[in-house]
Ligand binder design. Sequence first.
Ligand SMILES: Cc1cc2nc3c(=O)[nH]c(=O)nc-3n(C[C@H](O)[C@H](O)[C@H](O)COP(=O)(O)O)c2cc1C
Ligand SMILES: Nc1ncnc2c1ncn2[C@@H]1O[C@H](COP(=O)(O)OP(=O)(O)O)[C@@H](O)[C@H]1O
Ligand SMILES: [Mg+2]
Length: 150
Amino acid sequence: MSQKHLPFFLEGEVVKGFGRGSKDLGCPTANYPLEVVQSLPEDLEPGVYYGWAQIDKSEIYKMVANIGWCPFYQNKQMSVETHVMHKFDSDFYGSNLKVSLVGYLRGEKNFNSLDDLIEAIKQDINNADEALELPEAQLVKNNTFFVNNV
Ligand SMILES: Cc1cc2nc3c(=O)[nH]c(=O)nc-3n(C[C@H](O)[C@H](O)[C@H](O)COP(=O)(O)O)c2cc1C
Ligand SMILES: Nc1ncnc2c1ncn2[C@@H]1O[C@H](COP(=O)(O)OP(=O)(O)O)[C@@H](O)[C@H]1O
Ligand SMILES: [Mg+2]
């Protein structure tokens, strides 16, 4: 049911969020503007997804994305945030971010402590890393949606 729209492709500018990803969680997330969030199918299941990401004309990286209201922080507005599984030397606010959602990992949860949330995110990254090695996931990476992808 949650897989109905997958793979799903979206793109938009990287904008500022609440500044919690790097500071609180040690896991930066590139946030999309509201227009992109509102363009998602209404019945797309909120939760944690894995897939591929490309920043402007960069290479294509593995990613995990959180889509929803972040119950731990009780956000008022839904957000779509992508953690790109690569170490960057600097920020890329204002860049174009292309993302393909390949698979669904779990629903968003509340946690008793920040450490529990951080631990869950680490586990998500490991699960994504593994799932993206599968042939079905590699096929999505090769989609012409991504720039200069031959
Ligand atoms: C892989 C991943 C899983 C996440 N899972 C949850 C979750 O289960 N519950 C939650 O409240 N927030 C979750 N988050 C969202 C974080 O709370 C969010 O990234 C953080 O608030 C940063 O927000 P900011 O970009 O506005 O600074 C997750 C984020 C990532 C990258
Ligand atoms: N690996 C990465 N994945 C996602 N964003 C990254 C990464 N490395 C650096 N960044 C930068 O960090 C920003 C996200 O950090 P974050 O703490 O979540 O701030 P914000 O609340 O403004 O989204 C991104 O917009 C991007 O410019
Ligand atoms: Mg963020």
